[in-house]
Design a binder for this molecule. Structure first.
Ligand code: BG6
Ligand code: BG6
Ligand code: GLC
Length: 890
């Protein structure tokens, strides 16, 4: 009995001595609570640094956006393939998510070796090997006939700008494959897979193992919002608020961030806690100076750390009586599985003896106790460090949610966590100590990252299908070169019909003579009054032309035309116009002065002389009664007479295109065409010297899906209608469930909510998505970020088609001019005006490109009319006056 007590006493004393000895030796590896709180705070700062745009480039913890925006909601389904590369084992899998409506996941998998030649070889060999394994798997599982989407679990730091992309930032752990860093892994693997003609696989998602783990666990526990790997490497991801992620546009909802915490300390932030063993291990690693936090924590390194410590202790005579073995000198001879075995509760000591003996050592009892304690200190430090970083993430989550207490689940995976006997318990305990205000559930991911990767792929696959639907709609607006040539040809034919007496009545392009027959010759002079009705604004102008100088002085005033006047009687409309003239003349101090007047009237009119024009039909929201079929000049003259206040001579009725052409021709005598691409306007084009303008034309464009827009050229090209087309498409897409969560809001049902200015703003390249969202919000459309992207694309497709069609029409006119004059090459200037042309970010460029493409023999200059049509109308009036004078004299 006494002997037993004596033995126990001896053993306890021995243990205490050994533990003290090791504790003293590894003093630096034992981290106090204060140090852990400090590390936790440092990691919080690192996270901030990685998330912010300015500091991200130099941050060591990269906080990579993953483009995974939500945890599984149970609606995921389908059959997927998966590759799982980067952990201790490489696997190919088939995953069936939710069969027959049941929330369950079935997986079939096969491990494939990952030979050293591949891990240290070149990129092409790696990708070909992966593709070969995939093809082999599909063959064995009889899947070759199927087209399946694939999710790639790739457990390395990758920069992503979308889910199906991953630019490798650097290899970590055991991998060092040449020529892969900085390239997109997905596209290279896709290329390798394409070489296998017998399989058809589409990679839809690349996910880090932490993300896969989080998603796997979240499928079973929706409160899971963190994923942690403590395996060959270590890392964590969590759901971050979009508003905190500078690197991705949008502020709505959350996105999973892959922290890549393994690199914590790569900027020397942890130098005070790193020991000589950490430094030595790092120097002998594949990536010196990199992944310094990981090298203190993960499975790939713990065994080696223990070996380096034991070697040093042996060298200094603290172990094995100062003896070493060649195995103890050999890198990699102690692995983490050995550390785990040595720390086992009951068999630990026996395991330690066996392992040390296998290393060619002759350990005493004391040695075994000491070595076991070394292992404990090393693995305890690992758990402590992990806990500190995890505690920082949990605190961030709690603060993001503005909660006093956070209840959450952390999904965990990795061989160290799974197989080390004490690891999970220690980790959980320290985390709870560091964040007492978080109730954390740790959930072990039983089925690896792949199940989660399949969830991500399922969502991606649904989105891909939706994208195809959206593209199908947008494709209706994309015109091929052939279609544009066809439009040009049809426009050309219509121009001829419109000009010929025989066909004029049936022609859709009316080719209306304007009776503007001469250009200013520079001798015109005097003061002229001009009206400009039919654009965004109604103006009254006084234009002073100075002879010989080719310059004019203009004074103008904008007046409103209230809706009740636009839609009242014709008399009321013209009385209002005359009232505006009276106000203007008053303002200018010219009441009663005899003036000639040019009337810019931008509506389709049939003219029989320069001062006679019958309104064919109101457009642009004007509906005044008793005007259609009437002579507009007569109506104006009568209103002037009714007022009986001024001495005005209405000399010319001018369409805005003609005015624009004249305005520009005054500066550039080559200007023979006037074009308006405005808020309302069609493509009215003038030909000088015959001066015709085109109004409506039908049947120019291939089949239309949006029935509320019969084949009207104007309605496909002008600003106001473009907005309306956009609205129709948005309604259509919403009906198909592709936008606005499938809900057509009251606002979206409202006609004309999209004005040209909104189209121009939405399409501006300088605008961030957030601003697009704001514009849509102003319009009463509550859009997500994805919605905003789609709306922008819709606007782009519609305005591009408009510009191209306008260009095709213009090209037809140019070519006609060129051929009529029998010229090989035509040098010509087009005078242009209108808000669409002036303000839209792409319209003018696309229009010009189209013209160049379709009329290559015409050398076209586009001259923007800075002064509007009013100036041109005054010039026309001046010329008409000069000609009248001449006639009189003759
Ligand atoms: C597995 C994942 O479950 O965990 C792997 O599917 C991952 O992709 C791994 O890398 C981490 O563990 P280990 O220990 O194999 O590196
Ligand atoms: C102006 C003209 O400059 O351009 C108007 O003076 C014309 O008469 C207008 O109708 C076209 O632009 P918008 O975009 O205002 O219709
Ligand atoms: C390494 C990788 C990281 C991965 C982790 C766990 O740290 O860089 O991407 O998540 O190992 O496998």
């Amino acid at each position: 009995m006494f002997a037993v007590h004596l033995m126990a006493f001896y053993f306890a004393k021995l243990k205490e001595d050994q533990i003290k000895k090791v504790d003293r030796f590894l003093y630096h590896m034992r981290l106090s609570d204060d140090t852990l709180f400090d590390i936790m705070a440092r990691f919080q700062t690192e996270m901030e640094k990685g998330l912010a745009k300015d500091t991200n480039p130099t941050a060591s913890v990269k906080m990579l956006p993953t483009f995974v925006r939500a945890i599984p909601d149970g609606s995921e389904n389908g059959e997927f393939l998966s590759l799982d590369l980067g952990g201790s084992k490489f696997r190919v899998l088939k995953v069936q998510v939710a069969k027959e409506g049941k929330r369950q996941v079935q997986m079939e998998s096969q491990f494939y070796p990952m030979p050293n030649e591949i891990i240290r070889g070149n990129g092409t060999e790696l990708f070909e090997y992966l593709a070969d394994c995939l093809a082999d798997f599909m063959k064995t599982k009889n899947l070759k006939h199927k087209k399946l989407p694939l999710g790639l679990t790739f457990s390395f730091p990758c920069k992503q700008t979308k889910l199906e992309e991953g630019i490798l930032l650097s290899w970590t752990k055991k991998f060092k494959v040449r020529g892969v860093q900085d390239i997109d892994v997905v596209s290279h693997l896709t290329k390798a897979i394409k070489k296998h003609k017998d399989i058809d696989v589409d990679i839809l998602a690349l996910v880090n193992d932490t993300v896969g783990t989080m998603m796997t666990c979240a499928y079973d526990d929706p409160s899971c919002e963190v994923g942690v790997i403590i395996g060959t490497g270590t890392n964590a991801c969590y759901m971050e608020d979009m508003s905190n992620i500078d690197l991705v546009e949008g502020d709505e909802g959350r996105m999973c961030i892959n922290t890549e915490w393994g690199a914590f300390g790569d900027d020397e932030a942890l130098e005070d806690i790193r020991t000589e063993f950490d430094r030595e291990l790092d120097l002998g690693s594949l990536n010196p100076g990199k992944q310094l936090f990981e090298k203190m924590i993960s499975g790939l390194y713990l065994g080696e750390l223990v070996r380096l410590i034991l070697l040093k202790m042996a060298k200094t005579g603290l172990l094995f009586g100062g003896k070493k073995s060649s195995a103890l000198h050999t890198k990699g001879k102690i692995e983490t599985r050995h550390v785990a075995a040595m720390e086992k509760y009951k068999e630990g000591l026996a395991n330690t003896r066996e392992i040390l003996t296998d290393l060619g050592l002759e350990p005493s009892d004391a040695d075994c106790i000491a070595v076991q304690h070394v292992c404990t200190i090393v693995s305890f430090r690992s758990a402590n460090l992990c806990a500190a970083a995890l505690a920082a993430i949990l605190t961030r989550l709690r603060e993001n949610k503005k909660l006093a207490r956070l209840r959450t689940t952390v999904g965990v995976d990795g061989t160290l966590y799974k197989t080390h006997p004490q690891y999970p318990k220690r980790l959980h305990k320290v985390v709870r100590k560091l964040v007492p205000n978080c109730d954390v559930r740790f959930l072990l991911s039983e089925s690896g990252s792949t199940k989660g990767a399949a969830m991500v792929t399922a969502v991606a696959s649904r989105m891909q299908a939706q994208r195809k639907q959206i593209n199908r709609v947008l494709a209706l607006f994309q015109l091929t070169r052939e279609q544009l040539v066809d439009v040009q040809g049809k426009m050309r034919a219509e121009l001829e019909y419109g000009l010929k007496r025989k066909t004029h009545s049936v022609a859709t392009v009316k080719m209306l003579p304007t009776y503007v027959c001469g250009l200013p010759d520079g001798t015109e002079k005097g003061k002229f009054l001009a009206l400009d009705l039919g654009g965004t604004n109604f103006r009254v102008l006084l234009v002073r032309i100075r002879s010989g100088r080719r310059s004019v002085r203009m004074y103008n005033k904008i007046f409103a035309i209230p809706l009740e006047i636009m839609q009242g009687t014709g008399e009321e409309l013209f009385d209002h116009i005359v009232q505006c003239i009276a106000d203007f003349l008053d303002y200018m101090g010219l009441k009663g002065a005899p003036l000639s007047l040019g009337f810019t009237f931008s509506f389709p009119c049939r003219q029989t002389s320069i001062d006679k024009g019958t309104l064919i039909r109101w457009t642009k929201g004007f509906k005044a009664t008793d005007c259609e079929g009437e002579d507009m000049v007569d109506m104006l003259r009568e209103a002037i007479k009714r007022r009986n206040e001024f001495d005005l001579d209405v000399v010319a009725l001018v369409n805005d295109t003609v005015g624009t052409m004249m305005t520009c021709a005054y500066e550039d005598p080559n200007c023979e065409i006037g074009l308006i691409a405005g808020k309302w306007s069609k493509l009215p084009i003038d030909l000088n010297p015959f001066s015709y303008h085109a109004v409506f034309c039908n049947t120019l464009v291939p089949s239309q899906r949006y029935p509320s827009f019969p084949n009207r050229y104007e309605k496909m090209t002008s600003g106001m209608y473009l907005g309306e087309i956009v609205r129709q498409i948005l309604i259509d897409l919403t009906k198909q469930g592709l936008l606005f969560r499938g809900k057509i809001s009251e606002r979206l049902r409202t006609r004309d909510i999209f004005e040209t200015k909104f189209l121009s703003q939405i399409e501006s390249d300088r605008l961030a998505l957030l601003q697009v969202r704001r514009i849509l919000q102003q319009l009463g459309l509550d859009s997500t970020c994805e919605d905003s992207i789609v709306v922008k694309e819709v606007c782009g497709a519609v305005s591009q088609r408009a510009a191209q069609l306008c260009g095709a029409g213009l090209a037809a006119i140019m070519e006609k001019r060129r051929e009529d004059q029998g010229l090989e090459h035509l040098k010509i200037t087009v005078g242009v005006d209108g808000t669409l042309y002036k303000l839209h970010p792409h319209f003018s460029r696309i229009l010009q490109e189209t013209v160049k493409e379709l009329a290559p023999q015409c050398d076209v200059t586009f001259l923007l009319s800075e002064d509007g049509s009013g100036k041109g109308a005054a010039l026309i009036t001046a010329v008409a006056k000069r000609l009248q004078q001449l006639q009189k004299e003759n």
